[in-house]
Write a protein that binds this ligand. Sequence first.
Ligand code: MRU
Length: 347
Amino acid sequence: MRTIDWVDGAIELIDQTLLPHRLEVRRVTELPELIDDIQRLAVRGAPALGVAGAMGVALIAAAVEAANGDEELDRDEVRRQAALLREARPTAVNLSWGVDRALTKLDRGTAAVLDEALTIRDEDIAACVSMGLRGADLTRELTGKDRVRVMTICNTGSLATVERGTALGVIQTLLEQGSLEEAFPLETRPLLQGARLTAWELQRMEAPFRLIIDSAGPFLLSRGIADAVFIGADRIAANGDSANKIGSFSLALAAKHAGVPFIVVAPESTVDMSTASGAAIEIEDRGSAEVTGFGGTRTAPEGIGTVNPAFDVTPHELITAIVTERRVILPGSGQTLSGVPFEPLRS
Ligand code: MRU
């Protein structure tokens, strides 16, 4: 099942807020619903947000065209509404990338916009296969092992993309190739994408894994529990600094201390060459409610302040490798994104 798709003139997406208890597909026909779904994380994960952004523009264009009747498509109105969608979440560059790419076809009409959105969907599927193969080979090479134990954070699986995933896609590929000894997903406070979504996906693929709490990750790396750490990314700056779910930076520090490879897996659409370094990446603060309680139950006293960054930035020096669908970059060894050429997709 695809996480997000275009079906009979509307977006259909798995409502991730209901997992692991209920698997439900939502049909989204209007822009305000889509923005709300993005903001409450019904659809989430950088590559899936890219597809949502592009399909969202197709939805907008179709609605504007229908409202205009026989008149020419009001492109300014489409662009005005697309700007609202673009800003629904700030950190994952894929969202604005998907919106902007779909908008490049606006002059050719609504059908061309939809075609571009479907192309982005198909490219995402192919990219995940390619990243999985590159990442699995690289892991065996870096660790010198045929069977590996890996740690990961947040959800970077099929739910964060259209199918298969990025970092979790590498873990799935290792599993399929007989190279996965065990996976250790972190639960990922405050919204538990690791416990709710990654554990659900690992269970469905029948992978060997044990769930751990976030604060156990760095310590367990120091005790040699894993041979490699894989994470996804929401935005990779030109110098290789990578924004990802809060907790990634602590894992990178611990991986360095433990001498364990720290590998970022993300499609080229997550690379943002217009952002020079991680210092310039906007980090979404998701407000107090996620910190002071969970699932409607208050866990902290009333009347307190919070800081709730949804993401952190791992400096490129701590990143052993960035794996995309078209290349492997080694920032920790001094390679830069601009210095590594593109290769063909692997399938
Ligand atoms: O807040 P979320 O759940 O959208 O955060 C997602 C992540 O941080 C993922 O690791 C990232 O988007 C990469 S998904 C392949």
